[in-house]
Design a protein around this ligand. Sequence first.
Ligand SMILES: Cc1cc2nc3c(=O)[nH]c(=O)nc-3n(C[C@H](O)[C@H](O)[C@H](O)COP(=O)(O)OP(=O)(O)OC[C@H]3O[C@@H](n4cnc5c(N)ncnc54)[C@H](O)[C@@H]3O)c2cc1C
Length: 564
Amino acid sequence: MKVIIVGGVAGGASCAARLRRLDEKVEILMVERGPYVSYANCGLPYHIGGVIEKEQSLLVASEKTFREQFAIDCRTRCEVVGVSPEKKTVELKNHATGEVTTERYDKLVLSPGAASVRPPLPGIDLPGIFQVRTVPDARAIREWIEKGSLFLSGMNSYSGFQTVRPKTRAVVVGGGFIGLETAENLVHRGFDVTLVEMLDQILAPLDQEMARIVEGYVVRHGIRLALNDGVAEFKQTANGSLEVLTKSGKAYPADIVIIALGVRPETSLAKMAGLEIGERGGIRVDEQMRTSNPDIFAVGDAVEVKDFVTGQWSLIALAGPANRQGRIAADVIAGRDSRFRGTQGTSIIGLFGAAAAWTGASEKTLNRVGDKDFEKIYLYPNSHAGYYPGARPIAMKVIFRKSDGRLLGAQALGEDNVDKRISALAVALQMGGTIYDLEEAELCYAPQFGSAKDPVNFAGMVAADVLRGDMPISHWDSAGKGFLLDVREPAELAVEHAPGAVNIPLGQLRARLGELPRDREIHVICRSGGRAYYATRILLQNGFKARTLSGGMLSRYHALLLVN
Ligand SMILES: Cc1cc2nc3c(=O)[nH]c(=O)nc-3n(C[C@H](O)[C@H](O)[C@H](O)COP(=O)(O)OP(=O)(O)OC[C@H]3O[C@@H](n4cnc5c(N)ncnc54)[C@H](O)[C@@H]3O)c2cc1C
Protein backbone atom coordinates (compact mmCIF):
# COMPACT_ATOMS: atom_id res chain seq x y z
CA MET A 1 0.00 0.00 0.00
CA LYS A 2 1.21 3.50 -0.79
CA VAL A 3 0.09 6.45 1.31
CA ILE A 4 0.76 10.04 0.28
CA ILE A 5 0.55 12.68 2.98
CA VAL A 6 0.18 16.33 1.98
CA GLY A 7 1.65 18.71 4.54
CA GLY A 8 4.54 17.83 6.81
CA VAL A 9 3.86 19.71 10.01
CA ALA A 10 1.45 18.98 12.88
CA GLY A 11 -1.21 16.69 11.40
CA GLY A 12 0.82 15.38 8.47
CA ALA A 13 3.99 14.56 10.39
CA SER A 14 2.14 12.82 13.22
CA CYS A 15 0.15 10.80 10.72
CA ALA A 16 3.33 9.75 8.89
CA ALA A 17 5.24 8.76 12.01
CA ARG A 18 2.30 6.87 13.53
CA LEU A 19 1.64 5.01 10.29
CA ARG A 20 5.23 3.84 10.15
CA ARG A 21 5.08 2.67 13.76
CA LEU A 22 1.99 0.63 12.90
CA ASP A 23 3.12 -0.74 9.55
CA GLU A 24 6.71 -1.39 8.49
CA LYS A 25 5.63 -2.36 4.98
CA VAL A 26 3.51 0.57 3.90
CA GLU A 27 5.15 2.97 1.44
CA ILE A 28 4.83 6.52 2.80
CA LEU A 29 5.50 9.70 0.85
CA MET A 30 5.16 12.96 2.81
CA VAL A 31 5.31 16.17 0.81
CA GLU A 32 5.69 19.66 2.18
CA ARG A 33 5.73 22.75 0.00
CA GLY A 34 7.69 24.81 2.51
CA PRO A 35 11.36 24.39 3.38
CA TYR A 36 10.80 22.59 6.69
CA VAL A 37 8.80 19.69 8.05
CA SER A 38 7.64 19.23 11.62
CA TYR A 39 8.50 22.72 12.80
CA ALA A 40 7.06 24.40 15.88
CA ASN A 41 4.87 27.16 14.52
CA CYS A 42 3.54 27.65 18.04
CA GLY A 43 7.01 28.92 18.97
CA LEU A 44 7.21 31.54 16.22
CA PRO A 45 6.02 34.55 18.28
CA TYR A 46 8.66 33.69 20.91
CA HIS A 47 11.37 33.50 18.27
CA ILE A 48 10.34 36.97 17.11
CA GLY A 49 10.61 38.17 20.71
CA GLY A 50 13.97 36.49 21.23
CA VAL A 51 12.80 34.09 23.96
CA ILE A 52 13.60 31.26 21.56
CA GLU A 53 16.83 32.68 20.22
CA LYS A 54 17.84 30.10 17.64
CA GLU A 55 15.71 29.38 14.61
CA GLN A 56 17.09 25.85 14.71
CA SER A 57 15.27 25.24 18.00
CA LEU A 58 11.95 25.49 16.16
CA LEU A 59 12.82 22.66 13.82
CA VAL A 60 11.61 19.63 15.72
CA ALA A 61 12.46 16.97 13.11
CA SER A 62 14.10 17.21 9.73
CA GLU A 63 13.54 15.66 6.35
CA LYS A 64 16.56 13.49 7.15
CA THR A 65 14.98 12.28 10.41
CA PHE A 66 11.89 11.16 8.55
CA ARG A 67 13.95 9.41 5.92
CA GLU A 68 16.42 7.70 8.28
CA GLN A 69 14.36 6.95 11.39
CA PHE A 70 11.00 6.33 9.80
CA ALA A 71 11.90 5.21 6.28
CA ILE A 72 9.52 7.83 4.95
CA ASP A 73 10.09 9.41 1.56
CA CYS A 74 9.95 12.99 2.81
CA ARG A 75 10.20 15.82 0.30
CA THR A 76 10.29 19.50 1.18
CA ARG A 77 9.83 22.37 -1.28
CA CYS A 78 7.51 19.96 -3.01
CA GLU A 79 3.90 20.97 -3.56
CA VAL A 80 0.92 18.89 -4.50
CA VAL A 81 -0.54 20.94 -7.35
CA GLY A 82 -3.07 18.47 -8.71
CA VAL A 83 -5.12 15.53 -7.55
CA SER A 84 -7.15 13.01 -9.52
CA PRO A 85 -9.30 10.79 -7.28
CA GLU A 86 -10.40 8.76 -10.31
CA LYS A 87 -6.84 7.78 -11.23
CA LYS A 88 -5.74 7.95 -7.57
CA THR A 89 -2.81 10.16 -8.47
CA VAL A 90 -1.35 13.48 -7.35
CA GLU A 91 0.86 15.87 -9.26
CA LEU A 92 3.92 17.07 -7.41
CA LYS A 93 5.82 20.21 -8.22
CA ASN A 94 9.42 20.29 -7.10
CA HIS A 95 10.06 23.95 -6.29
CA ALA A 96 13.83 23.50 -6.55
CA THR A 97 13.74 22.28 -10.15
CA GLY A 98 10.28 23.31 -11.35
CA GLU A 99 9.70 19.72 -12.43
CA VAL A 100 6.16 18.29 -12.13
CA THR A 101 5.76 14.54 -11.62
CA THR A 102 2.81 12.24 -11.02
CA GLU A 103 2.58 9.82 -8.11
CA ARG A 104 0.00 7.14 -7.52
CA TYR A 105 -1.56 6.56 -4.10
CA ASP A 106 -3.77 3.99 -2.44
CA LYS A 107 -4.65 6.35 0.40
CA LEU A 108 -4.19 10.10 0.43
CA VAL A 109 -4.03 12.17 3.63
CA LEU A 110 -4.56 15.91 3.39
CA SER A 111 -3.07 18.00 6.18
CA PRO A 112 -2.51 21.27 4.34
CA GLY A 113 -3.37 23.47 7.33
CA ALA A 114 -4.93 26.87 7.04
CA ALA A 115 -3.92 30.06 5.31
CA SER A 116 -3.68 33.37 7.13
CA VAL A 117 -6.58 35.66 6.36
CA ARG A 118 -5.17 38.55 4.33
CA PRO A 119 -7.95 40.87 3.17
CA PRO A 120 -7.33 42.84 -0.04
CA LEU A 121 -6.97 46.16 1.79
CA PRO A 122 -5.17 49.03 0.07
CA GLY A 123 -1.48 48.93 0.92
CA ILE A 124 -1.48 45.45 2.49
CA ASP A 125 1.55 44.42 0.42
CA LEU A 126 3.72 47.34 1.56
CA PRO A 127 7.13 46.47 2.96
CA GLY A 128 7.02 46.19 6.74
CA ILE A 129 3.67 44.36 6.84
CA PHE A 130 4.01 40.74 7.94
CA GLN A 131 2.09 37.68 8.98
CA VAL A 132 3.28 35.05 11.50
CA ARG A 133 2.71 31.63 10.05
CA THR A 134 5.97 30.02 9.01
CA VAL A 135 9.65 30.01 9.96
CA PRO A 136 10.49 32.22 6.95
CA ASP A 137 7.79 34.69 8.14
CA ALA A 138 9.42 34.90 11.58
CA ARG A 139 12.85 35.24 10.00
CA ALA A 140 11.64 38.10 7.81
CA ILE A 141 10.18 39.90 10.84
CA ARG A 142 13.37 39.51 12.83
CA GLU A 143 15.43 40.76 9.91
CA TRP A 144 13.12 43.74 9.45
CA ILE A 145 13.40 44.64 13.14
CA GLU A 146 17.17 44.17 13.20
CA LYS A 147 17.64 46.19 10.01
CA GLY A 148 15.87 49.08 11.75
CA SER A 149 19.07 50.56 13.00
CA LEU A 150 21.07 49.91 9.84
CA PHE A 151 18.94 50.70 6.85
CA LEU A 152 17.57 53.89 5.46
CA SER A 153 13.93 53.33 6.16
CA GLY A 154 13.03 55.44 9.15
CA MET A 155 15.91 57.93 8.67
CA ASN A 156 15.34 61.27 10.29
CA SER A 157 17.36 64.42 10.65
CA TYR A 158 18.81 65.44 13.96
CA SER A 159 21.15 68.40 14.52
CA GLY A 160 22.21 68.37 10.94
CA PHE A 161 23.34 64.71 11.06
CA GLN A 162 21.46 61.89 9.49
CA THR A 163 20.72 59.49 12.28
CA VAL A 164 18.78 56.30 11.94
CA ARG A 165 15.63 56.06 13.98
CA PRO A 166 15.24 52.54 15.28
CA LYS A 167 11.95 50.85 14.63
CA THR A 168 9.88 51.43 17.72
CA ARG A 169 6.20 51.45 16.80
CA ALA A 170 4.26 48.34 15.98
CA VAL A 171 0.64 47.84 15.03
CA VAL A 172 -0.80 44.37 15.39
CA VAL A 173 -4.05 43.78 13.57
CA GLY A 174 -6.15 41.10 15.26
CA GLY A 175 -6.62 40.22 18.93
CA GLY A 176 -6.55 36.43 18.74
CA PHE A 177 -3.75 34.16 19.98
CA ILE A 178 -1.18 34.94 17.37
CA GLY A 179 -1.83 38.68 17.43
CA LEU A 180 -1.58 38.87 21.21
CA GLU A 181 1.43 36.58 21.52
CA THR A 182 3.25 38.58 18.87
CA ALA A 183 2.19 41.87 20.49
CA GLU A 184 3.63 40.70 23.81
CA ASN A 185 6.89 39.73 22.16
CA LEU A 186 7.14 43.07 20.40
CA VAL A 187 6.65 44.83 23.75
CA HIS A 188 9.54 42.74 25.09
CA ARG A 189 11.61 43.97 22.15
CA GLY A 190 10.95 47.55 23.13
CA PHE A 191 8.15 48.38 20.72
CA ASP A 192 5.31 50.73 21.44
CA VAL A 193 2.50 48.36 20.44
CA THR A 194 -1.06 49.15 19.36
CA LEU A 195 -3.40 46.24 18.77
CA VAL A 196 -6.37 46.93 16.51
CA GLU A 197 -9.32 44.55 16.81
CA MET A 198 -12.62 44.76 14.98
CA LEU A 199 -14.62 43.00 17.72
CA ASP A 200 -15.43 44.65 21.01
CA GLN A 201 -13.12 42.24 22.85
CA ILE A 202 -9.86 40.37 22.41
CA LEU A 203 -9.70 36.54 22.51
CA ALA A 204 -13.09 35.90 20.92
CA PRO A 205 -13.66 32.43 22.48
CA LEU A 206 -13.75 34.01 25.97
CA ASP A 207 -16.91 35.54 27.32
CA GLN A 208 -16.60 39.26 27.33
CA GLU A 209 -16.42 39.83 31.07
CA MET A 210 -13.51 37.37 31.23
CA ALA A 211 -11.82 38.95 28.21
CA ARG A 212 -12.07 42.32 29.99
CA ILE A 213 -9.69 41.02 32.65
CA VAL A 214 -7.14 40.05 30.03
CA GLU A 215 -7.59 43.40 28.30
CA GLY A 216 -6.89 45.27 31.54
CA TYR A 217 -3.83 43.13 32.08
CA VAL A 218 -2.27 43.60 28.65
CA VAL A 219 -2.99 47.34 28.74
CA ARG A 220 -1.16 47.57 32.07
CA HIS A 221 1.75 45.77 30.44
CA GLY A 222 2.05 48.23 27.62
CA ILE A 223 -0.23 47.15 24.77
CA ARG A 224 -2.56 49.88 23.58
CA LEU A 225 -5.90 48.36 22.57
CA ALA A 226 -8.08 49.78 19.82
CA LEU A 227 -11.22 47.64 20.00
CA ASN A 228 -14.32 47.92 17.88
CA ASP A 229 -12.30 49.23 14.98
CA GLY A 230 -11.26 47.62 11.72
CA VAL A 231 -8.33 48.46 9.48
CA ALA A 232 -9.30 50.32 6.32
CA GLU A 233 -5.94 50.96 4.66
CA PHE A 234 -2.18 50.89 5.06
CA LYS A 235 -0.05 53.80 3.83
CA GLN A 236 3.62 54.49 3.48
CA THR A 237 4.66 57.87 4.84
CA ALA A 238 7.26 60.23 3.37
CA ASN A 239 9.96 58.98 5.76
CA GLY A 240 9.36 55.38 4.73
CA SER A 241 7.43 54.22 7.78
CA LEU A 242 3.84 53.03 7.77
CA GLU A 243 0.49 54.33 8.81
CA VAL A 244 -2.49 52.14 9.64
CA LEU A 245 -5.79 53.88 8.92
CA THR A 246 -8.88 52.46 10.59
CA LYS A 247 -12.55 52.50 9.69
CA SER A 248 -13.28 54.91 12.53
CA GLY A 249 -10.89 57.41 10.94
CA LYS A 250 -7.92 56.91 13.28
CA ALA A 251 -4.34 56.75 12.02
CA TYR A 252 -1.68 54.71 13.84
CA PRO A 253 1.95 55.28 12.84
CA ALA A 254 3.98 52.08 12.62
CA ASP A 255 7.43 50.84 11.76
CA ILE A 256 6.15 47.31 11.55
CA VAL A 257 2.66 45.87 11.09
CA ILE A 258 1.63 42.33 11.94
CA ILE A 259 -1.52 40.99 10.33
CA ALA A 260 -3.08 38.32 12.56
CA LEU A 261 -6.66 38.14 11.40
CA GLY A 262 -7.10 34.43 11.86
CA VAL A 263 -6.92 31.57 9.44
CA ARG A 264 -9.03 29.99 6.74
CA PRO A 265 -8.92 26.24 5.99
CA GLU A 266 -6.72 25.37 3.02
CA THR A 267 -9.22 23.55 0.81
CA SER A 268 -7.94 24.06 -2.74
CA LEU A 269 -6.83 20.42 -3.15
CA ALA A 270 -10.01 19.13 -1.56
CA LYS A 271 -12.08 21.17 -3.97
CA MET A 272 -9.94 19.95 -6.87
CA ALA A 273 -10.68 16.40 -5.75
CA GLY A 274 -14.41 17.14 -5.53
CA LEU A 275 -14.53 16.44 -1.79
CA GLU A 276 -17.41 17.66 0.31
CA ILE A 277 -16.77 21.02 1.95
CA GLY A 278 -18.79 21.76 5.07
CA GLU A 279 -20.89 24.72 6.09
CA ARG A 280 -17.98 26.41 7.91
CA GLY A 281 -15.72 26.15 4.87
CA GLY A 282 -13.56 23.26 6.05
CA ILE A 283 -13.17 19.79 4.59
CA ARG A 284 -15.99 17.57 5.85
CA VAL A 285 -14.75 14.36 7.50
CA ASP A 286 -16.27 11.58 9.56
CA GLU A 287 -15.10 10.48 13.02
CA GLN A 288 -12.34 8.46 11.38
CA MET A 289 -11.06 11.50 9.48
CA ARG A 290 -12.32 10.08 6.19
CA THR A 291 -13.52 12.62 3.64
CA SER A 292 -16.43 12.09 1.25
CA ASN A 293 -13.97 9.97 -0.78
CA PRO A 294 -13.18 6.80 1.22
CA ASP A 295 -9.56 6.75 0.04
CA ILE A 296 -8.86 10.34 1.03
CA PHE A 297 -8.43 11.40 4.65
CA ALA A 298 -8.08 14.94 5.95
CA VAL A 299 -6.87 16.25 9.31
CA GLY A 300 -5.88 19.41 11.14
CA ASP A 301 -6.77 23.03 10.53
CA ALA A 302 -8.22 22.20 7.11
CA VAL A 303 -11.14 20.16 8.44
CA GLU A 304 -14.40 20.90 10.15
CA VAL A 305 -14.90 19.16 13.45
CA LYS A 306 -17.90 18.53 15.64
CA ASP A 307 -17.96 20.75 18.68
CA PHE A 308 -17.94 18.35 21.59
CA VAL A 309 -20.47 20.35 23.60
CA THR A 310 -22.85 21.87 21.05
CA GLY A 311 -22.55 19.11 18.46
CA GLN A 312 -22.27 21.76 15.78
CA TRP A 313 -19.64 21.83 13.03
CA SER A 314 -16.81 24.17 13.84
CA LEU A 315 -13.32 25.19 12.77
CA ILE A 316 -10.69 24.81 15.46
CA ALA A 317 -7.10 25.62 14.51
CA LEU A 318 -5.14 24.00 17.32
CA ALA A 319 -2.07 21.81 17.39
CA GLY A 320 -3.46 19.19 19.80
CA PRO A 321 -6.47 18.21 17.71
CA ALA A 322 -4.34 18.28 14.52
CA ASN A 323 -1.85 15.85 16.06
CA ARG A 324 -4.54 13.54 17.40
CA GLN A 325 -6.40 13.55 14.10
CA GLY A 326 -3.19 12.69 12.22
CA ARG A 327 -2.72 9.75 14.52
CA ILE A 328 -6.31 8.62 14.09
CA ALA A 329 -6.07 8.79 10.27
CA ALA A 330 -2.94 6.61 10.49
CA ASP A 331 -4.70 4.13 12.77
CA VAL A 332 -7.66 3.84 10.41
CA ILE A 333 -5.44 3.42 7.35
CA ALA A 334 -3.61 0.68 9.26
CA GLY A 335 -6.92 -1.05 9.93
CA ARG A 336 -7.65 0.09 13.48
CA ASP A 337 -10.99 1.39 14.65
CA SER A 338 -9.91 4.76 16.08
CA ARG A 339 -12.32 7.65 16.24
CA PHE A 340 -12.04 11.37 16.91
CA ARG A 341 -14.28 12.47 19.76
CA GLY A 342 -14.78 16.03 18.56
CA THR A 343 -13.14 19.17 19.74
CA GLN A 344 -13.86 21.20 22.81
CA GLY A 345 -11.40 23.95 21.88
CA THR A 346 -9.23 23.64 24.97
CA SER A 347 -6.77 26.53 24.72
CA ILE A 348 -4.31 28.60 26.67
CA ILE A 349 -2.42 31.79 26.05
CA GLY A 350 0.35 33.17 28.20
CA LEU A 351 0.68 36.95 28.41
CA PHE A 352 3.20 38.84 30.55
CA GLY A 353 3.39 36.09 33.13
CA ALA A 354 -0.35 35.45 33.35
CA ALA A 355 -2.45 32.93 31.47
CA ALA A 356 -5.94 32.78 30.07
CA ALA A 357 -7.28 29.31 29.36
CA TRP A 358 -10.60 27.76 28.52
CA THR A 359 -12.33 24.59 27.47
CA GLY A 360 -15.76 23.72 26.15
CA ALA A 361 -18.58 26.10 25.44
CA SER A 362 -18.70 29.73 26.44
CA GLU A 363 -21.87 31.39 27.66
CA LYS A 364 -22.14 33.34 24.41
CA THR A 365 -21.85 30.16 22.34
CA LEU A 366 -24.66 28.53 24.33
CA ASN A 367 -26.77 31.65 23.91
CA ARG A 368 -26.01 31.68 20.18
CA VAL A 369 -27.21 28.10 19.74
CA GLY A 370 -30.30 28.79 21.84
CA ASP A 371 -29.33 26.52 24.74
CA LYS A 372 -31.01 27.74 27.91
CA ASP A 373 -30.37 24.73 30.12
CA PHE A 374 -27.21 26.04 31.76
CA GLU A 375 -26.01 27.93 34.80
CA LYS A 376 -22.71 29.69 35.45
CA ILE A 377 -20.67 30.44 38.54
CA TYR A 378 -17.77 32.78 39.17
CA LEU A 379 -15.14 31.97 41.74
CA TYR A 380 -11.73 33.32 42.71
CA PRO A 381 -9.79 30.62 44.54
CA ASN A 382 -6.12 30.90 45.34
CA SER A 383 -3.77 29.04 43.02
CA HIS A 384 -2.39 27.23 46.07
CA ALA A 385 -2.83 27.38 49.82
CA GLY A 386 -3.05 31.05 50.78
CA TYR A 387 -0.62 30.63 53.68
CA TYR A 388 2.15 29.39 51.41
CA PRO A 389 4.02 32.24 49.67
CA GLY A 390 3.23 33.11 46.08
CA ALA A 391 -0.45 32.16 45.93
CA ARG A 392 -2.30 34.17 43.29
CA PRO A 393 -6.03 34.35 42.68
CA ILE A 394 -7.49 32.52 39.71
CA ALA A 395 -10.60 34.06 38.20
CA MET A 396 -12.81 31.18 37.09
CA LYS A 397 -16.09 30.92 35.29
CA VAL A 398 -17.62 27.47 35.13
CA ILE A 399 -20.67 26.64 33.06
CA PHE A 400 -22.77 23.52 33.63
CA ARG A 401 -26.07 21.97 32.68
CA LYS A 402 -28.89 22.90 35.04
CA SER A 403 -30.81 19.68 34.41
CA ASP A 404 -28.09 17.12 35.09
CA GLY A 405 -24.97 18.96 36.24
CA ARG A 406 -22.89 18.08 33.18
CA LEU A 407 -19.86 20.30 32.82
CA LEU A 408 -20.17 22.41 29.65
CA GLY A 409 -17.31 24.86 29.76
CA ALA A 410 -14.78 26.69 31.88
CA GLN A 411 -12.63 29.78 31.57
CA ALA A 412 -9.82 30.73 33.92
CA LEU A 413 -7.38 33.60 34.20
CA GLY A 414 -4.52 34.17 36.53
CA GLU A 415 -0.83 34.28 37.19
CA ASP A 416 -0.24 30.84 38.63
CA ASN A 417 -1.24 27.33 37.62
CA VAL A 418 -4.21 28.22 35.47
CA ASP A 419 -3.25 25.54 32.94
CA LYS A 420 -3.59 22.57 35.27
CA ARG A 421 -7.05 23.65 36.39
CA ILE A 422 -8.36 24.02 32.86
CA SER A 423 -6.62 20.81 31.82
CA ALA A 424 -8.34 18.92 34.66
CA LEU A 425 -11.69 20.46 33.75
CA ALA A 426 -11.08 19.67 30.07
CA VAL A 427 -10.56 15.98 30.82
CA ALA A 428 -13.66 15.92 33.02
CA LEU A 429 -15.66 17.62 30.29
CA GLN A 430 -14.45 15.21 27.61
CA MET A 431 -15.37 12.26 29.83
CA GLY A 432 -18.90 13.65 30.12
CA GLY A 433 -18.21 14.53 33.77
CA THR A 434 -20.54 16.51 35.98
CA ILE A 435 -19.96 19.12 38.61
CA TYR A 436 -20.62 16.34 41.14
CA ASP A 437 -17.60 14.53 39.68
CA LEU A 438 -15.55 17.69 40.20
CA GLU A 439 -16.56 17.77 43.87
CA GLU A 440 -15.10 14.29 44.23
CA ALA A 441 -12.05 14.63 41.95
CA GLU A 442 -8.92 13.52 43.76
CA LEU A 443 -6.14 15.91 42.79
CA CYS A 444 -2.56 16.54 43.88
CA TYR A 445 -2.17 18.60 46.99
CA ALA A 446 0.67 20.06 49.00
CA PRO A 447 0.54 23.75 50.01
CA GLN A 448 2.85 24.99 47.28
CA PHE A 449 0.80 23.29 44.55
CA GLY A 450 -2.84 23.56 45.49
CA SER A 451 -5.32 23.37 48.32
CA ALA A 452 -6.95 20.47 50.07
CA LYS A 453 -10.02 21.76 48.25
CA ASP A 454 -8.42 22.41 44.89
CA PRO A 455 -10.00 25.13 42.71
CA VAL A 456 -11.36 22.29 40.57
CA ASN A 457 -13.06 20.67 43.61
CA PHE A 458 -14.16 24.07 44.80
CA ALA A 459 -15.81 24.79 41.45
CA GLY A 460 -17.66 21.47 41.72
CA MET A 461 -18.74 22.16 45.31
CA VAL A 462 -20.05 25.63 44.53
CA ALA A 463 -21.87 24.44 41.41
CA ALA A 464 -23.30 21.44 43.24
CA ASP A 465 -24.52 23.72 46.05
CA VAL A 466 -26.35 25.68 43.39
CA LEU A 467 -27.97 22.65 41.77
CA ARG A 468 -28.88 21.01 45.08
CA GLY A 469 -30.67 24.20 46.07
CA ASP A 470 -28.34 24.85 49.01
CA MET A 471 -27.16 28.05 47.42
CA PRO A 472 -29.54 29.69 44.95
CA ILE A 473 -27.48 32.20 43.01
CA SER A 474 -27.95 35.33 41.02
CA HIS A 475 -25.76 37.48 38.79
CA TRP A 476 -25.18 41.17 38.60
CA ASP A 477 -27.40 41.59 35.56
CA SER A 478 -30.43 40.26 37.50
CA ALA A 479 -29.63 41.57 40.99
CA GLY A 480 -31.14 45.00 40.39
CA LYS A 481 -34.74 43.94 41.05
CA GLY A 482 -34.01 42.32 44.41
CA PHE A 483 -32.93 43.59 47.81
CA LEU A 484 -29.15 43.86 47.83
CA LEU A 485 -27.53 42.79 51.10
CA ASP A 486 -23.81 43.32 51.56
CA VAL A 487 -22.35 41.17 54.35
CA ARG A 488 -18.82 42.55 54.24
CA GLU A 489 -17.18 44.59 57.01
CA PRO A 490 -17.60 48.40 56.90
CA ALA A 491 -13.88 48.88 56.20
CA GLU A 492 -14.27 46.93 52.96
CA LEU A 493 -17.12 49.16 51.88
CA ALA A 494 -14.86 52.16 52.16
CA VAL A 495 -12.71 50.65 49.38
CA GLU A 496 -15.60 49.74 47.07
CA HIS A 497 -19.31 49.47 47.58
CA ALA A 498 -22.30 48.35 45.57
CA PRO A 499 -24.74 51.21 45.10
CA GLY A 500 -28.08 50.57 46.83
CA ALA A 501 -26.81 47.71 48.98
CA VAL A 502 -27.70 47.51 52.67
CA ASN A 503 -24.74 46.54 54.84
CA ILE A 504 -25.10 44.01 57.64
CA PRO A 505 -21.76 42.30 58.35
CA LEU A 506 -22.03 38.52 58.45
CA GLY A 507 -21.25 38.39 62.19
CA GLN A 508 -24.29 40.60 62.98
CA LEU A 509 -26.73 38.95 60.58
CA ARG A 510 -28.48 36.56 62.96
CA ALA A 511 -29.19 39.42 65.37
CA ARG A 512 -30.49 41.78 62.69
CA LEU A 513 -32.75 39.53 60.63
CA GLY A 514 -35.68 41.80 61.53
CA GLU A 515 -34.22 44.52 59.30
CA LEU A 516 -34.63 42.37 56.19
CA PRO A 517 -37.71 42.09 53.95
CA ARG A 518 -39.59 38.79 53.82
CA ASP A 519 -41.51 39.68 50.69
CA ARG A 520 -38.51 40.35 48.41
CA GLU A 521 -35.73 38.23 47.07
CA ILE A 522 -32.49 39.09 48.87
CA HIS A 523 -29.30 39.04 46.77
CA VAL A 524 -26.34 38.64 49.07
CA ILE A 525 -22.91 39.97 48.23
CA CYS A 526 -19.50 39.85 49.80
CA ARG A 527 -16.05 40.09 48.25
CA SER A 528 -15.98 36.81 46.31
CA GLY A 529 -19.01 34.78 47.42
CA GLY A 530 -17.87 32.80 50.49
CA ARG A 531 -19.44 34.93 53.22
CA ALA A 532 -22.47 35.57 51.01
CA TYR A 533 -22.97 31.80 50.87
CA TYR A 534 -22.92 31.52 54.68
CA ALA A 535 -25.35 34.42 54.88
CA THR A 536 -27.60 32.82 52.27
CA ARG A 537 -27.72 29.64 54.34
CA ILE A 538 -28.71 31.62 57.46
CA LEU A 539 -31.40 33.48 55.54
CA LEU A 540 -32.83 30.41 53.82
CA GLN A 541 -33.07 28.56 57.11
CA ASN A 542 -34.88 31.53 58.62
CA GLY A 543 -37.51 31.55 55.90
CA PHE A 544 -36.14 34.30 53.69
CA LYS A 545 -35.89 34.14 49.90
CA ALA A 546 -32.15 34.55 49.40
CA ARG A 547 -29.58 34.17 46.65
CA THR A 548 -25.82 34.45 46.67
CA LEU A 549 -24.53 36.86 44.07
CA SER A 550 -22.01 34.67 42.29
CA GLY A 551 -18.48 36.00 42.53
CA GLY A 552 -19.54 38.95 44.70
CA MET A 553 -17.72 42.23 44.24
CA LEU A 554 -14.94 40.49 42.34
CA SER A 555 -17.24 39.42 39.54
CA ARG A 556 -18.21 43.09 39.28
CA TYR A 557 -14.70 44.40 39.37
CA HIS A 558 -12.67 41.45 38.28
CA ALA A 559 -10.34 43.54 36.25
CA LEU A 560 -8.78 44.69 39.55
CA LEU A 561 -7.79 41.13 40.37
CA LEU A 562 -4.63 40.90 38.39
CA VAL A 563 -3.17 44.27 39.32
CA ASN A 564 0.40 43.68 40.34
C1 LIG B 1 2.25 31.50 15.10
C2 LIG B 1 1.39 30.34 15.48
C3 LIG B 1 1.26 30.00 16.81
C4 LIG B 1 0.44 28.93 17.18
N1 LIG B 1 0.35 28.63 18.50
C5 LIG B 1 -0.41 27.57 18.88
C6 LIG B 1 -0.48 27.19 20.23
O1 LIG B 1 0.17 27.79 21.10
N2 LIG B 1 -1.28 26.14 20.56
C7 LIG B 1 -1.99 25.45 19.62
O2 LIG B 1 -2.69 24.49 19.96
N3 LIG B 1 -1.92 25.78 18.33
C8 LIG B 1 -1.15 26.82 17.94
N4 LIG B 1 -1.07 27.15 16.61
C9 LIG B 1 -1.90 26.41 15.66
C10 LIG B 1 -1.24 25.11 15.24
O3 LIG B 1 0.08 25.35 14.86
C11 LIG B 1 -2.03 24.51 14.09
O4 LIG B 1 -3.33 24.27 14.55
C12 LIG B 1 -1.44 23.22 13.58
O5 LIG B 1 -0.13 23.42 13.14
C13 LIG B 1 -2.29 22.68 12.44
O6 LIG B 1 -1.70 21.56 11.89
P1 LIG B 1 -1.94 21.17 10.36
O7 LIG B 1 -1.17 19.94 10.11
O8 LIG B 1 -3.38 21.18 10.08
O9 LIG B 1 -1.35 22.39 9.56
P2 LIG B 1 0.11 22.98 9.55
O10 LIG B 1 0.84 22.60 10.77
O11 LIG B 1 -0.04 24.44 9.26
O12 LIG B 1 0.80 22.26 8.33
C14 LIG B 1 0.28 22.35 7.04
C15 LIG B 1 1.43 22.26 6.08
O13 LIG B 1 0.93 21.88 4.81
C16 LIG B 1 1.70 22.47 3.82
N5 LIG B 1 0.94 22.45 2.57
C17 LIG B 1 -0.23 23.11 2.31
N6 LIG B 1 -0.65 22.82 1.06
C18 LIG B 1 0.27 22.01 0.52
C19 LIG B 1 0.40 21.40 -0.76
N7 LIG B 1 -0.51 21.58 -1.71
N8 LIG B 1 1.47 20.62 -0.98
C20 LIG B 1 2.40 20.41 -0.02
N9 LIG B 1 2.34 20.97 1.20
C21 LIG B 1 1.28 21.76 1.47
C22 LIG B 1 1.95 23.87 4.36
O14 LIG B 1 3.11 24.42 3.78
C23 LIG B 1 2.12 23.61 5.84
O15 LIG B 1 3.46 23.54 6.23
C24 LIG B 1 -0.25 28.20 16.21
C25 LIG B 1 -0.10 28.52 14.85
C26 LIG B 1 0.72 29.57 14.49
C27 LIG B 1 0.89 29.92 13.04
